[in-house]
Design a protein around this ligand. Structure first.
Ligand code: DQA
Length: 147
């Protein structure tokens, strides 16, 4: 199984940015840890990070037919982007929403996600491990669907 892991704006600053909220791992370290965990479970993953909404839309569109699913942390675009929602709907690629922090324990505006009803499920609050949990959930969902 192959997944594209998409990360939105400011996640390239992990390790420097609000460490009390997002932890001390750098973006590269997060990529390495998630890749190593998923490899052991037979899930291959490719990472993409961008600070630009349009590039994230392009990445979703280009993934069609190339991956089995998308693990997406749209970061701040979670709360604002109709374009990312439409790209997920338009391509129909099964996706899971993940967040490093517990978005429900923070400001009210973080409770609203414009993609939560078009993804298979959502994981938040487990730091870098949210990505592993999300990918596991999506892989399980896809293998049950294929039975
Ligand atoms: C985030 C939560 C978002 O509200 C925030 O804008 C981010 C990161 C997370 O992973 O916890 O940039 O998606």
């Amino acid at each position: 199984m192959k997944f594209l892991v998409i990360n939105g704006p400011n996640l390239n600053l992990l390790g420097k940015r609000e460490r009390d909220v997002y932890g001390s791992l750098s973006y590269r370290e997060l990529e390495e840890k998630v890749t190593a965990h998923l490899e052991r479970e037979g899930i291959e993953c490719e990472f993409f990070q961008s600070n630009s909404e349009g590039e994230i839309v392009e990445a979703i569109q280009s993934a069609a037919g190339k991956v089995d699913g998308i693990v997406i942390n749209p970061a701040a675009y979670t709360h604002t982007s109709i374009a990312i929602r439409d790209a997920l709907l338009g391509t129909g690629i099964p996706a899971v929403e993940v967040h490093i922090s517990n978005v429900y324990a923070r400001e009210d505006f973080r409770r609203k996600s414009l993609i939560e009803d078009v993804v298979v499920g959502k994981v938040c609050g487990f730091g870098w491990f949210s990505y592993v949990l999300g990918a596991r959930g999506l892989a399980q969902h896809l293998s049950e669907e294929r039975k």
